[in-house]
Design a protein. Structure first.
Ligand code: NDP
Length: 327
């Protein structure tokens, strides 16, 4: 069973997290609509469990919670795993930021998943929105107290934040009653965010890195500039270990103590992406990959940049809000 080979990281709440997660955001179509989840995804999750994946990353807004829950419940019923063997991460959406909405939103999620707890509940963004997607001025500390309530109620084993900048994360550390167990941020060769990662690690907060493959792969059909799958620096390292360049980049995150969240709906890639626990990169190889850093984000919701809690740098030409145009 390859799940036994996967490293585990200790969280500051006493629980353990498998060191790689399967991402389940299926992307947006040309209208900005999230691709609906379906039976195909459920079958991929079943295969992933068979191949040793024990950590799944989803979010209320991805509309994939149902399929993940269904696959996990099927495998539990078949006696192949027990609930404690899998780690489920999901996220609170921005329109549920009032304190009393948080446990309710998580109960809805649990009902969709057919589970009675998740392992990690993250605040997806520090940005609160009203039902109609206009900006809400609810403070993310109020939302954090809602996450604390959810943990105390036993709806989740742990809580954390996603897409928080260092000022925002520090505030939660200083003002919260429960310390975040996890920070989830974008992380790939073109955006290492090393200072933020170091701060989190000093605080004993585990970092999860999303979009780990960066420019190596096409995103929603578009090839963005940056190191490609056949980049000579990456292929040089890959050849030495008998690995592929995606495996090398995923290992680069693991060796920096970051949990990669990698998404694929192709079975051969499920295997490939998991097969990274039998080698380790040298310091100079880690540095060579980190050298691609240009602080370049792919997830950059500039349509929210006038929100007081927008976490990222502002741009001159913000993109239209897909959540408003889809209504
Ligand atoms: P990834 O870096 O995981 O890239 C995914 C793309 O790479 C997919 O299109 C996949 O295509 C392809 N791919 C996967 N493995 C390989 C491989 N070995 N070789 C070649 N191509 C490959 O980025 P994502 O942006 O999808 O991020 C991963 C996950 O992170 C999301 O699913 C989500 O769970 C999380 N996330 C969280 C965010 C947040 O705000 N907190 C924001 C963005 C993502 P195919 O499926 O066809 O194999």
């Amino acid at each position: 069973d390859s799940s036994e080979d996967v490293l585990k990281l200790k969280l500051n709440n006493g629980n353990e997290m498998p060191a790689i997660a399967l991402g389940t955001h299926l992307g947006f179509d040309e209208h900005g609509m999230v691709h609906s989840s379906n039976k195909e995804l459920r079958d991929i999750i079943l295969r992933a469990i068979e191949l040793g994946y024990r950590h799944f990353d989803t979010a209320s807004v991805y509309e994939t919670e149902g399929e993940i829950g269904e696959a996990i419940c099927m495998k539990i019923k078949e006696g192949e795993i027990e609930r404690e063997d899998v780690f489920v991460t999901t996220k609170l959406w921005n329109t549920n930021h009032n304190r009393e909405q948080v446990p309710t939103a998580l109960r809805d999620t649990l009902e969709k998943m057919g589970l009675n707890y998740v392992d990690l509940y993250l605040m997806h963004w520090p940005i609160g929105l009203n039902e109609d997607y206009t900006h809400s001025d609810v403070d993310y500390m109020e939302t954090w107290r809602g996450l604390e309530d959810a943990q105390r109620l036993g709806l989740t084993k742990g809580i954390g934040v996603s897409n928080f900048n260092s000022t925002q994360l520090k505030r939660v550390v200083e003002e919260g009653s429960i310390k975040p167990a996890v920070l989830q941020i974008e992380n790939h060769p073109q955006i290492t965010q090393q200072e933020l990662v170091d701060y989190a690690h000093e605080q004993d907060i585990v970092v999860m890195g999303y979009s780990p493959l960066g420019s190596l792969v096409k995103r929603y059909g578009v090839q963005l500039p940056g190191p490609k799958i056949n980049d000579p620096i990456l292929t040089g390292i890959a050849r030495k270990y008998g690995k592929t360049t995606p495996q090398v980049v995923l290992r680069w995150l693991v060796d920096r103590n970051i949990v990669p969240i990698v998404k694929t709906i192709k079975v051969h890639r499920l295997k490939e992406n998991m097969d990274i626990f039998d080698f380790r990169l040298k310091e100079d190889e880690i540095a060579a990959i980190s050298n691609f850093d240009e602080h370049k984000r792919y997830t950059c919701p500039s349509f929210w940049q006038n929100h007081p809690n927008y976490p990222f740098e502002k741009v001159d030409d913000p993109i239209p809000d897909p959540f408003l145009t889809k209504k």
